[in-house]
Design a protein around this ligand. Structure first.
Ligand code: FAD
Length: 443
């Protein structure tokens, strides 16, 4: 009997899982392994919202494996020695893991290689629809601009989508830690796991996506981001499904999945972009994390759309993409604070908090990343009129303004009677780009 270990990381699913597929093809018995790595917690990535979501994902995966004859084995400790110990205990012929894009994933892979030698098999194509680095402009290792990337991405060859296994034999008697449990910080966190992900995907109205995805009150995006982050759904399968479905909605949705791949290929090529400016603009951000940053975090800037977004984040551990753009621009451009202050806060709360998508979107907004218009400032008032024309999104999230009808809700300082308990604007609404313009010498 041969035995393979499938070391699962950000691929917590049975459907279209290249790692499980390869492990099954390689051996008679497969041990699906998840290692709770203290280095992830030490780096601040085990924030309560994601820890709670992860606990759901692991429980769901174990429950799905059992009827097939398998189960999830859980170990604690740095991933490489914990995996190598299990491989030695079981005399495993091979260990399979998905390729990652972060510096952490690269280090983990090196440590696994050092411990396991050629018994380690690293599989591409698990995390993204198109493998990072597989499409590149001539003479470069990654695309720095989305539009040409998207063109190349759209024509890139696609791998076969794997069916979920019908059976999977895991030997009895392997010691496993109990599956983790964790309390989320946000009261309205979605449930984790592959089954929840597939239910959501089945219910998502792809045909109306193009029409609704920028309408904040309609909440018409898929909300699949946390499931993609933990790999409860495969980006390759989603892309293939949407392309098969066809139509404007599916096309717009696939474009967003390509943005996800775009940021992953940037991070794979430039892991340091998680912490340092991708393109240094010589910024001298206003000093430190003070009351203005605290007001931003608390959703008390006096700009209703910004505050609505920040309160949605606190309550759900998730925020609509358009609100992320507006709130991030407000911190990095209007308040002219270091994007890392905002990225850190988002990573603390976002259930989909993801190094590639979070840090590189923050850099895009701050103008230190891949945005081709680095000095643009999103005006939260103009954005509110466009994305929340009736004010319903703001009224949903800012109870102090729930009685204000229509779009007047976006400018409470103009109301005859100031809403009780709601703050005055933190900066002059007529001078939203002043600090950035001054700092970058644009005047
Ligand atoms: C400042 C900022 C921080 C962000 N941080 C994260 C993060 O930590 N994790 C994260 O997954 N996304 C992040 N995003 C991207 C985007 O806001 C979310 O992916 C999206 O809101 C998730 O909602 P959805 O699943 O309903 O998206 P949909 O509109 O249904 O899109 C489908 C999928 O496409 C991907 N996608 C959509 N928009 C983007 C984008 N701009 N960049 C990359 N991928 C995208 C996501 O995986 C998403 O689930 C951030 C955006 C900004 C502006």
């Amino acid at each position: 009997m041969s035995l393979a270990i499938a070391l699962l990381t950000q691929d917590l699913r049975l459907h279209d899982n290249p790692v499980l597929h390869a492990a099954r093809a390689a051996a008679d018995e497969v041990v699906p392994l998840f290692v709770l790595d203290p280095d992830i917690a030490a780096a601040g990535f085990a924030a309560p919202n994601r820890a709670a979501f992860l606990a759901d994902c692991l429980a769901d995966l174990d429950a799905s494996l059992r009827p097939l004859g398998g189960r999830l084995v859980l170990r604690r400790g740095p991933a490489a020695p914990a995996t190598a110990r299990l491989a030695a205990e079981l005399d495993a012929a091979s260990v399979h893991v998905a390729a990652g894009v972060s510096a952490f994933a690269h280090r983990r892979e090196q440590a696994l290689r050092a411990a396991l030698g050629d018994r380690l098999h690293v599989h591409d194509g698990s995390l993204t629809a198109v493998v990072p680095g597989s499409v590149t402009p001539a003479g470069k290792d990654h695309y720095a601009v989305f539009t040409p990337y998207f063109r190349a991405w759209s024509q890139a060859p696609r791998r076969t989508i794997h069916r979920p296994p019908k059976t999977l034999r895991t030997p009895e008697g392997i010691a496993s830690e109990p599956l983790p449990t964790a309390e989320p910080e946000s009261p309205a966190l979605p449930p984790g796991g592959e089954r929840a992900a597939r239910r959501l995907w089945r219910r998502h109205d792809l045909d109306r996506y193009a029409e609704l995805h920028d309408d904040l009150a309609a909440d018409g995006t898929s909300r699949l981001s946390p499931y993609l982050h933990f790999g409860c759904l495969s980006a390759a399968e989603l892309t293939a499904g949407a392309l098969r479905h066809g139509g404007d909605g599916a096309e717009a949705f696939v474009r967003q999945l390509a943005w996800r791949d775009f940021h992953h290929q940037v991070l794979a090529a430039r892991p340091q972009a998680a912490r340092q400016a991708y393109r240094d603009r010589g910024d001298h951000w206003l000093p430190e994390d003070d009351e203005e940053c605290a007001a931003w975090r608390a959703g008390r800037t006096g700009f209703p759309l910004v505050d609505a977004g920040m309160r949605q984040l606190a309550h759900e551990g998730w925020m609509h993409n358009r609100a992320r753009l507006v709130t991030a621009s407000f911190l990095a451009k209007t308040l002219y604070r270091d994007w890392r202050i905002g990225a850190r806060h988002f990573l603390r709360l976002l259930v989909d908090g993801d190094l590639a998508n979070n840090q590189l979107n923050w850099q895009w907004v701050a103008g230190t990343g891949t945005d081709t218009r680095p000095n643009r400032v999103l005006n939260p008032l103009a954005q509110a009129d466009r994305l929340d024309p009736d004010g319903a999104y703001v009224r949903r999230w800012v109870p102090e303004l729930a009685h204000v009808p229509g779009r007047a809700v976006h400018r409470p300082w103009l109301l005859a009677e100031r809403p009780a308990g709601y703050p005055d604007p933190l900066v002059d609404p007529a001078a939203l780009s002043e600090r950035l313009r001054g700092a970058r010498g644009l005047d």
